[in-house]
Design a protein around this ligand. Structure first.
Ligand SMILES: Cc1ncc(COP(=O)(O)O)c(C=O)c1O
Length: 364
């Protein structure tokens, strides 16, 4: 049985006619940057999330970078985040010359532990940046409460959680700014790189729009030093089609994720724990196993693809050596990173494939 880790080919076949026609329209009209496709997408994204503004941009990484730039984060500032995430989260902090201050994760959600945040707040702390990992939101109320006590903004790195809900509110609309990624394998994926920034703040929205277009307020008048961080019209056209069907896909993802957990509940593996106030989009369906290498090998013998998100926490990465952290500083992140592994997951995973995967996990 040939199982895909994520089945993007099946998804394309499902929406092919509409996607092809939308993309051809962009080619025919030759409006490749900005224009009606992007405007429509931004309107649709804002409606979907319930935020005042949605701003398309070139990637999730650039969404984070632009948001930090808009908040004026730079040299001498400290930004609090989790070491158990994709490198982009902390990369943008370092890129702007600010200092990353890590806080360990919760054992259950794998997201930043709000109870440990206050311990590291100093007068240099300028931002808290939780990550909603694997498609489940961080405990945003608890984080926002701390942030408002110290008058610090919060950016939700929602690159894996577009479509998830927290206490009936949508991820991306839970803090000062929400940032997501449309990398092809994300729950809402483009056919190339893409991302979006969400906010309800008028001034931030205006500034972010300028920053992603070289800091221009009008053509060749540059108010800020910015970047080229635009989302192109082809990606916007594709995302417009996929967004129409996204709620269905989220529902199917939830059914598949819940079915994995049900089928694996009497096994030795630890399945994801979704808080009762959260719904996850299962960007990854990640389990914890004692002996990960043996499990990966066992599954690969049956041609079941797996992945590890993430094998080395950021505080132990060579690139962050200068921060001076050492092994043992964030024990939960360190332990989880040795045990975590992701199973095939997409709305197109068939029941018989899922049964085969579960059998393989439980078998000898
Ligand atoms: C948690 C997290 N943050 C940031 C990013 C960066 O997004 P992109 O790949 O679109 O730049 C990703 C994507 O992999 C991510 O998973």
């Amino acid at each position: 049985m040939k199982i895909n880790f994520i089945d993007l080919k099946a998804q394309y076949q499902e929406y092919k006619q509409e996607i092809d026609s939308e993309v051809l329209e962009v080619f025919t009209n030759a409006q490749f940057i900005g224009g009606e496709k992007l405007n429509t997408l931004e309107k649709n994204l804002a409606t979907y999330i319930g935020s005042k503004y949605a701003i398309g941009c070139s990637s999730g990484t650039d969404a984070l970078l632009l948001s930090l730039m808009a908040l004026g984060i730079g040299s001498g500032d400290e930004v609090i985040t989790t070491p158990f995430t994709f490198i982009a989260t902390a990369e943008v902090i370092a890129f702007l010359g600010a200092k990353t201050v890590f806080v360990d994760i919760e054992e259950d959600s794998y997201n930043i532990d709000p109870k440990k945040i206050e311990d590291v707040i100093t007068d240099k702390t300028k931002l808290i940046m939780p990550v909603s990992l694997y498609g489940q939101c961080a405990d945003m109320d608890a984080i926002n409460e701390i942030a408002s006590k110290y008058d610090i903004p919060v950016i939700e790195d929602a690159c894996q959680s577009f479509g998830a809900t927290y206490k009936d509110k949508k991820s991306c609309n839970l803090s000062t700014i929400g940032c997501t990624s449309f990398f092809p394998s994300k729950p809402l994926g483009a056919y190339g790189d893409g991302g979006a920034i969400f906010t309800n703040d008028d001034e931030l929205a205006i500034k972010i729009r300028m920053l992603l277009n070289h800091g221009q307020n009008e053509r060749y008048k540059h108010k800020y030093i910015g970047i080229n961080g635009r989302l192109d019209a082809v990606q916007a056209a594709i995302l417009n089609v996929k967004l129409k069907y996204f709620d269905n896909e989220v529902k199917t993802r939830d059914e598949i994720g819940s079915r994995y957990s049900e089928l694996l509940k009497d096994s030795d593996v630890i399945t994801p724990k979704i808080a009762e106030f959260n719904s996850s989009v299962f960007a990854q369906y990640s389990i914890r196993v004692k002996d990960r290498e043996t499990m990966i090998e066992k599954l690969s013998l049956k041609e079941i693809p797996t992945a590890v998100h993430y094998p080395v926490p950021l505080h132990l990465q060579e690139a962050f050596e200068n921060l001076g952290y050492k092994k043992g500083d964030f024990p939960i992140s360190e332990e989880v990173s040795t045990q975590i592994m992701s199973l095939p997951m997409s709305p197109y995973l068939k029941q018989e494939e899922q049964d085969f995967i579960v059998q393989a996990i439980k078998g000898n």
